[in-house]
Design a protein. Structure first.
Length: 125
């Protein structure tokens, strides 16, 4: 095998092993103002069955009212990545979160605004 062919194979293989941080982050529409009031019904429809109607978790998924999800630890982009790609379990033992393809980046932005508002009310900043 030539060095050039080996190098090409190595490069192609590395494309399938990109870390999550190298994946493109979904972005809401330019100029969108995320609205917690719009996020609440979207959260209830798409997230509450696992993360709890009160954001305190269930036996299926962790609580968003926890310091692990404060903005400095899991920023808003993490919510976008989770909805688009799913998440491998890393803080909790609930198993992996599957992608949620039914929600758009704009909807995720509204959901995130709602979650952040509830976190602030709970003293999580």
């Amino acid at each position: 095998m030539t060095l050039m062919k080996f190098s090409s194979m190595l490069c192609a293989a590395s494309l399938f092993a990109l870390p999550a941080s190298a994946q493109q982050i979904p972005k809401p529409s330019p100029g969108l103002m995320p609205n917690p009031s719009m996020g609440k019904p979207l959260y209830e429809k798409n997230c509450a069955s696992c993360h709890g109607p009160d954001l305190k978790g269930t036996d299926k998924a962790p609580p968003f009212l926890h310091r692990f999800y404060e903005p400095s630890h899991h920023g808003d982009a993490a919510f976008q990545m989770a909805a688009r790609n799913g998440v491998r379990a890393h803080h909790w033992n609930f198993g992996d979160m599957p992608p949620v393809p039914a929600v758009s980046p704009d909807e995720v932005a509204h959901i995130t605004a709602y979650v952040r508002m509830q976190q602030r009310k709970a003293g999580i900043r």
